[in-house]
Design a protein around this ligand. Structure first.
Ligand code: PNS
Length: 160
């Protein structure tokens, strides 16, 4: 497989995402982690902050870069020579929507979607759950990369 994309909101990146990027980097020659610019969705971190954190965490992976996109993912793929979308599947609850998107993306432009089964260590983690736990003072240590942890705690504090 040549160039693949791992798309998402990554608000912020978790250890579950990082596991998927690492495994994707073994499957594809090149991987782009692409942050969706979605002005309609409230986020804890700006797109620039999310990109900065992602760049830090993928730095050890030689063939992974970070970018942002807006509009349709398939258009981003076509513009950037990307032939596959790689995503993590945590549980059956992810499956319905992910399958729907994979089928739509294939119909739109024949881009394939490859699902990586999430490491069970991370299958219950989502950025939104971590934000909820963190907001009420719960520990999210070990669930996000260290570089994200400090910024996450600060961002949640400044929201109080
Ligand atoms: O981390 P998320 O928010 O679950 O990621 C969702 C994402 C960004 C992968 C998905 O919403 C997406 O691909 N959006 C881009 C717009 C698009 O192409 N929509 C049609 C999908 S079939």
């Amino acid at each position: 497989m040549r160039k693949a994309v791992c798309p998402g909101s990554f608000d912020p990146v978790t250890n579950g995402h990082l596991d998927v990027f690492t495994r994707a980097s073994d499957l594809a020659d090149e991987v782009v982690v692409a942050v969706l610019i979605n002005k309609k969705k409230a986020s804890l971190f700006t797109v620039e902050e999310r990109i900065e954190m992602l760049q830090d965490v993928v730095a050890p992976l030689g063939n992974v870069t970070v970018d942002a996109f807006h509009g349709l993912l398939v258009d981003y793929c076509a513009d950037n020579g990307i032939t596959a979308i790689i995503k993590g599947l945590r549980a059956i609850s992810d499956f319905d929507y992910e399958l729907q998107m994979a089928q739509m993306n294939y119909r739109l432009s024949k881009v394939e979607t490859i699902f990586i089964s999430t490491n069970p260590l991370y299958s219950y983690i989502s950025s939104s759950l971590l934000k909820e736990v963190g907001t009420y003072g719960g520990s999210i240590e070990g669930l996000v990369p260290d570089v994200v942890h400090a910024r996450f705690v600060e961002a949640l504090k400044s929201q109080r």
